[in-house]
Design a protein. Structure first.
Length: 231
């Protein structure tokens, strides 16, 4: 019986020592392996319920101070995009979207166990650009004898972001952490919309706005490597 008690005590002590893993390392490098997120709105986009999947598109550096970490993050996404503009039978927009996101914030773990829930706040800068074409999809245009030519479209959004983050970290082995987190980002941006009509004069329509929107990032999964020592 004493032998089994000693073995159990040894396991508990080893787990207690391992549970301090994130507090013992001075900094960490994280890579986002997969993210499911909502991209900024393009023109008068109607299909906002579509989410974008991205792989290896971002990362973070964290400076650890016991249960608090200071986060520096960034991401880049480039993808072909197709959207419905104004209404389902109005216009279709096709092109390429490029998105840059940089942030700074803090993260607080709620415990030092092998499974660690945490919350964070990120503040940052975001730049989003779309370059493509816009074409009418109305029934009237489909019945015309002359083929409909697409207009050129270029839009950009530049602004500030703020996002609360909730997540879980799992420490399977020493110096390695797997994390899963969700966030809701507030994006306040200066928007520029330029449409070049497919007419003889290539008429340009330019609109400028200041807009805010909320962007949901329901799932983000990655790996974190821990370095240095706080001991």
């Amino acid at each position: 019986m004493k032998k089994y008690l000693l073995i159990g005590l040894s396991v508990l002590l080893s787990n207690a020592g391992f549970s301090q893993i994130n507090g013992d390392y001075s900094y960490s490098v994280a890579v986002r392996g997969y993210s499911l997120l909502q991209m900024p709105k393009v023109l008068n986009q109607k299909n906002r319920d579509n989410f974008t999947s991205s792989y290896l598109s971002g990362g973070m550096i964290k400076f650890n101070d016991n249960q608090i970490s200071y986060r520096l993050g960034g991401s880049y996404i480039s993808k072909d995009t197709q959207i419905v503009n104004n209404c389902a039978t109005c216009q279709e927009v096709n092109g390429q979207m490029k998105d840059y996101n940089f942030s700074i914030g803090f993260e607080k773990s709620l415990n030092f166990s092998v499974i660690q829930p945490y919350f964070a706040i990120d503040l940052g800068f975001r730049y989003n650009k779309f370059d493509g074409t816009l074409i009418s999809t109305s029934i009237l245009d489909e019945n015309t004898a002359t083929p409909v030519r697409p207009d050129g479209v270029e839009t950009s959004k530049t602004g500030f972001t703020m996002a609360p983050v909730f997540g879980i970290k799992i420490n399977p082995i020493d110096k390695l952490t797997i994390f899963l987190e969700s966030s809701l980002q507030w994006f306040h941006a200066y928007e520029r919309q330029e449409v070049v009509a497919a007419d003889a004069n290539n008429t340009i329509t330019l609109n400028k706005y200041n807009k805010s929107e909320f962007l949901l990032n329901p799932v983000s999964v990655g790996i974190q490597f821990n370095f240095g020592s706080n001991r």
